[in-house]
Design a binder for this molecule. Structure first.
Ligand SMILES: Nc1ncnc2c1ncn2[C@@H]1O[C@H](COP(=O)(O)OP(=O)(O)OP(=O)(O)O)[C@@H](O)[C@H]1O
Length: 335
């Protein structure tokens, strides 16, 4: 099980002395990914999704809070001692063009991490090639076709599958897929999503899925949990189906309506969520971070910060002073 408690991260801007601003990317995130579970983080560009994925995979440091992997807190450990723990969490690079070394054949790409693993676990050399073939078959490609080839000789979809096979060389407990940096086309994306779902079922590997698309989050983890991230804070979370069926935070409602417009708007207030770009973030940190875009804000929202609480008549948690079911037009799940 992997948990994060109070994770914060602020990017220091080098131009600070000249008036640049630090960027708070994560403002105290709590999460839990159970063994074999599926958790999706969704939110629009800049909400901190990629930062969170990189922190969870051990590729980025955090300022405060704690990541605990199978009961072991990471921050007291020296970087070298953290490595074996973070190895259980593999980030799947979703840019198939830069994820693989172009000068190595697929055999060489898989052989290197497998040889290390064989050395550590005392397995014979013959295991390395057998395992490479097994992993390629597992991700749905013919080992005979790809092993001797270089990445540029493969299609984008095959490259993406090789990237997943490489992540599996260390028998990870969790795969982190950051779709927001994905460069693959729609049909390929669907087949990769299907593969990840399949791997979760067959290997019991857990998934942390990062996306801006609620339909994808629904597809990848119908039985999983959904976290809605807004400007570095979780504003709503719960079982994916519950959140999608009855979102109570106006931000989640705007995401669900697929366009930044709330349907079934209540009075008073305009029926549009103000676009993020229209805000001057320097003045928007007091009170609820969403208040200035929210058609339902009250005075309280502008001065007090709501924290994540379990709603009285809601099945999941939200950070809103005025949680209410409002009618939205949900997007269809990807079939
Ligand atoms: N290396 C960095 N240096 C400075 N600021 C950064 C850096 N990486 C991210 N940020 C800022 O931190 C915030 C969160 O970025 P992050 O990439 O995590 O968001 P995101 O939700 O993944 O966005 P996207 O979907 O566009 O990738 C943004 O304001 C971004 O500009």
């Amino acid at each position: 099980m992997i948990t994060g408690t109070g994770i914060t991260k602020t990017y220091k801007q080098r131009g600070n002395v000249l008036g640049g601003r630090d960027v708070p990317a994560l403002r105290g995130i709590d999460f839990t990914v159970k063994k074999g579970g599926a958790v999706s983080f969704i939110g629009e560009s800049g909400c901190g999704k990629t930062t969170l994925g990189r922190i969870v995979a051990g590729l980025e440091t955090y300022d405060s809070g704690e990541i605990v992997i199978d009961g072991t807190p990471m921050s007291p450990l020296r970087p070298k001692k953290r490595q074996p723990h973070f190895r259980k969490i593999q980030l799947i690079h979703q840019d198939p063009y830069s994820a693989l070394n172009p000068t190595r054949t697929i055999h060489q790409t898989l052989q290197a991490p497998l040889a290390l693993r064989a050395g550590r676990t005392g397995r014979p050399k013959s295991w390395i090639d057998d395992r490479a073939e097994e992993l390629l078959s597992l991700v749905g490609i013919d080992p005979g076709y790809v092993l001797g080839r270089y990445p540029h000789q493969l299609s984008g979809g095959m490259r993406q599958r090789v990237v997943i096979a490489r992540a599996l060389t260390v028998d990870p407990e969790m795969l982190v897929a950051d779709e927001s940096v994905s460069m693959i086309d729609v049909s390929m994306r669907l087949s990769i999503l299907g593969l990840l779902k399949d791997l979760r079922e067959r290997l019991g590997v857990s998934l942390l899925f990062i996306t801006h698309d609620i339909a994808t989050a629904r597809y990848i983890g119908e039985d999983g949990e959904l976290y809605v991230l807004y400007r570095g804070q979780v504003v709503e979370r719960g079982l994916t189906e519950d959140v999608i069926a009855g979102p109570v935070h106006p931000y989640t409602q705007s995401l669900l309506s697929a366009i930044p417009v709330l349907h079934g708007v209540e009075r008073p207030g305009p029926d549009r969520v103000v676009p993020l770009e229209a805000l001057d973030e320097r003045h928007a940190d007091a009170g609820c971070l969403f208040a200035r875009r929210c058609p339902f804000r009250t005075e309280r929202c502008e001065s007090e910060s709501p924290t994540l609480v379990q709603g009285a008549d809601v099945s999941h948690e939200h950070a809103c002073f005025h949680p209410r079911r409002r009618s939205v037009i949900p997007v269809e799940a990807v079939a």
